[in-house]
Design a protein around this ligand. Structure first.
Ligand SMILES: [Zn+2]
Length: 253
């Protein structure tokens, strides 16, 4: 126990030159989530981001927020803030949503190989500390991840469209827990082994760019549906891809 505490403070000390840039997803007119969603994603992301800031600041970290209140900040500005620090890591906080209320779980995204270690560590703690299913660490070219020149991750801390997860997320002590787990991932990022080696990242196929626009993806699925049988069509509307579409569209839209 004493040894663990020792190691923890040693990491914090060696991290003193690192700036943690916290990005609370969405804001202002960009509410996040899917149309008609009851709980505003932008409010929950900011709330967890502020808690994360407190936890990290108390741990001696230098913290910068891309937004501190309910304002819209363009994605380009958010990533420029992260890139303006020589030694930074970029942590984007989001909550998921899907048309299917049963969709649930925690997932963490990264893009560059330098970000895999951070993604693995943050995911290890958040997914390990949450009662939700583990949807894994995934590689995807979200704008903020693609444009970041520093290690960058985007963590989806559960589905606001899932009644069970939404109930958790609306509880302030659970949001505090999420913040503490994300902070643990940041602190322990050099200690958590990723399931994928960073040299193998280049060979991981990127998930298809289903995150560009809602219009083009619905066009594609309509085209596909018209060619397939009724049975297939039914199956495709239930696919995880459809969920990803819904969550991704709001992500970059
Ligand atoms: Zn989001």
């Amino acid at each position: 126990m004493a040894g663990l505490l020792c190691a923890t403070s040693a990491w914090a000390a060696s991290d003193s030159s690192t700036t943690i840039v916290i990005d609370a997803g969405h804001g202002g007119f960009d509410r996040g989530g899917i149309p008609g969603q009851r709980i505003a994603e932008k409010e929950m992301t900011l709330e967890v981001a502020q808690r994360l800031k407190s936890v990290l600041t108390a741990g001696g970290y230098r913290v910068v927020m891309t937004r501190e209140n309910d304002v819209f900040v363009p994605l380009g500005t958010r990533v420029a803030i992260a890139n303006s620090y020589r030694n930074a890591i970029f942590v984007c906080i989001h909550f998921n949503s899907a048309g299917r209320v049963g969709a649930d779980g925690i997932e963490t995204y990264f893009y560059g190989r330098d970000s895999l270690q951070l993604a693995s560590a943050v995911h290890h703690f958040v997914a390990g500390g949450a009662p939700s299913p583990n949807r894994g660490v995934r590689r995807r070219g979200y704008y903020v991840l693609r444009k970041a020149r520093v290690p960058a991750v985007l963590v989806e801390c559960g589905f606001l469209t899932n009644p069970t997860e939404a109930a958790y997320i609306q509880n302030s002590s659970y949001r505090q827990k999420l913040a503490e787990e994300i902070a643990a991932g940041i602190r322990e990022r050099f200690n958590v082994r990723s399931s994928t080696s960073s040299t193998a990242v280049a060979t991981i196929p990127l998930q298809p760019y289903i995150d560009q626009t809602k219009v083009s993806s619905s066009k594609r699925s309509r085209k596909r549906s018209s060619k397939s049988s009724k049975k297939k069509k039914k199956k495709s509307t239930k696919s995880a891809g459809a969920e990803a579409n819904a969550t991704s569209a709001k992500q970059e839209g």
